[in-house]
Design a protein. Sequence first.
Length: 386
Amino acid sequence: MKGNKVLKLSILSISFLMMLRLTISPALSVIGAAVDKDATEMQIMVIVASVVAIPFGFISGILSRNVKTKTILYIGLILYLIGGIGPMFVANFTFMIVCRALLGAGTGLFLPFAAGLIADFYTGEEFNMMIGLQSAAVAVGNIITSALAGVLASINWRLSFLIYAFAIISFFLVAFNIPEPEKKEKKKEEGKAFNGKMLFICIAIFIYAIIYFAFFGFISYVVDELGGNAAQSGLASMVMTLLSLIAGIIFSKTITVLKRASLPIILLINVIGFYVMSQASSFGVLVIGAALVGIGFGLLMPYGTKRVIEAAPASAGTFANGMYMTFVNVGTAISPMLLAVTGAIFGRQNDGQFIWFVSAIALVIGTIISVILAFVKSKDSVEERA
């Protein structure tokens, strides 16, 4: 059905924008030269957008229960567009930081709806498929805009900010193709909007976000230690992202086949990926590990999104996803500090492969817990049928 495909594209266009606050990174050195700032100072541009997105994601989830969905989306996309392309017009670092804060605020406002709208319009197998495609859309946005930012920056640093003009397309897709979702009335039997099961899922993804960021935090240093260069570091990151895209596309079929074993196997893939990278003595082996981490990430993120929405009351799907993404963003924000502390405790602060080994151990613990939970749930199901 053509209309259905347009609706899907419109919803997924929001996910395409989700991580673009990070994909300006390839252009930072050129932008820094234009405003006379070093690499450390330029990282503030990325950090500010990510930090500001955290509270606004939480605020958006709360607003979604009383304010029209499209109103929040319009405000978020407008702030995103102004904050995104604003720096191309003024070569002033302070002005750029203010714009990046606006970008983060806009991102936070529309972020919960990336999956929230899927819960509003789809159920069953189609819901699972869309949750997987949502993860794939994030990866597509990362790949396209990372490359585009670098190419545009090589022409002129100002042009690199044009990657945020994609928000214009999303704005019109939302305006003309997404109907205002009906507000689901909260029923007494639904219970609290944020329950224990949702909290457990959010804490679990928070821990995973800390671990996952270890890949990006140390990949360039490990590649350098293995005798590689920046281009190879970029290649490893691209392979990881590409495999996460593919994993998102096949997510629905994967969990249909694996059923209750889905989470343990997904976590096991992550374990193997981080372990292989921690032991890699050549670039080729490192890329194999990166590919496995990409597959694990591409399956785990939509799995968590699916579970947290299912755990929430029917009237609080968007709020649930807002909380979920808030925990993800907080995890990635504090990850560098926690990983540095972990390394310092063992006297291996700058040893990326050691951190990956510790990450693998943490994921093994998570895998064991998931196996126990799957077994308990399976046992309960058998007893209910008896």
